[in-house]
Design a protein around this ligand. Structure first.
Ligand code: CO
Length: 217
């Protein structure tokens, strides 16, 4: 039998009150707001971001519902055996036909910070290990950064870079490019402290920068 939920913590109910406010505000701006959304979605962008509560895709890009297809997990990872991520990517690329996929990391990422330590955290260590692989690939540059905060920030950027690359390696993106689709793959990093998104200038629309071994013909 479940333990009785504390009667004093009603914070979850404020979300339902918030929902009412959202409906009222949306309908006051456009009486057809929900009718239009209910017809279907055609978002131009797939966002792969961190699950961190401070990095909500729509709010920080000032985009309304319907504009961004979203997948979020701890530390915005693209892991090849992750059926959740692959299903989202396949649906976004092949059914919704998005034009861009953006991996967005953020400075101060707890997942990346945890991966930089030797501490064990439990089951999540198996997820964090993929981030440690990113450290191994860039250990020379990261080890040379003495300031821990700066090293963590650079690690966040490398993590975005490697997950953009992981995205390009997937059969889904490879096949889109093989068919001549102009699918853009991008890497961004968000600052929780300033709200600024920085484009890491990793944008790629084809196989030109891929190692030969990953290319499908
Ligand atoms: Co994070």
């Amino acid at each position: 039998m479940c333990a009785k939920t504390s009667e004093t913590d009603l914070s979850y109910q404020s979300l339902l009150a918030g929902n009412k406010t959202f409906i009222e505000k949306s309908l006051s701006e456009d009486p057809q707001y929900f009718d239009k959304l209910a017809k279907g979605q055609k978002p131009p962008v797939l966002w792969i971001g961190c699950a961190d509560s401070r990095v909500p895709a729509n709010q920080i890009t000032n985009t309304p519902p319907g504009e961004v297809f979203v997948h979020r997990n701890i530390a915005n990872m693209v892991i090849h055996s992750d059926m959740n991520m692959l299903s989202v990517l396949d649906y976004a690329v092949n059914v919704l036909e998005v034009k861009h996929v953006i991996v967005t990391g953020h400075y101060g990422c707890g997942g990346v910070a945890a991966a930089m330590t030797n501490q064990q955290f439990g089951l999540i260590d198996n997820w964090l290990r993929h981030i440690k692989d990113v450290y191994r690939l860039h250990a020379a540059e990261l080890d040379a950064i003495e300031d821990e905060a700066q090293r963590a920030n650079r690690f966040v950027e490398f993590n975005v870079m490697e997950n953009v690359y992981n995205l390009c390696k997937t059969s889904i993106v490879q096949n889109a490019w093989a068919k001549g689709r102009q699918l853009g793959v991008h890497g961004w990093v968000y600052s929780i402290e300033t709200g600024v998104i920085t484009d890491l200038k990793l944008s790629t629309y084809d196989n030109a920068k891929m190692a030969e071994v990953f290319r499908f013909k």
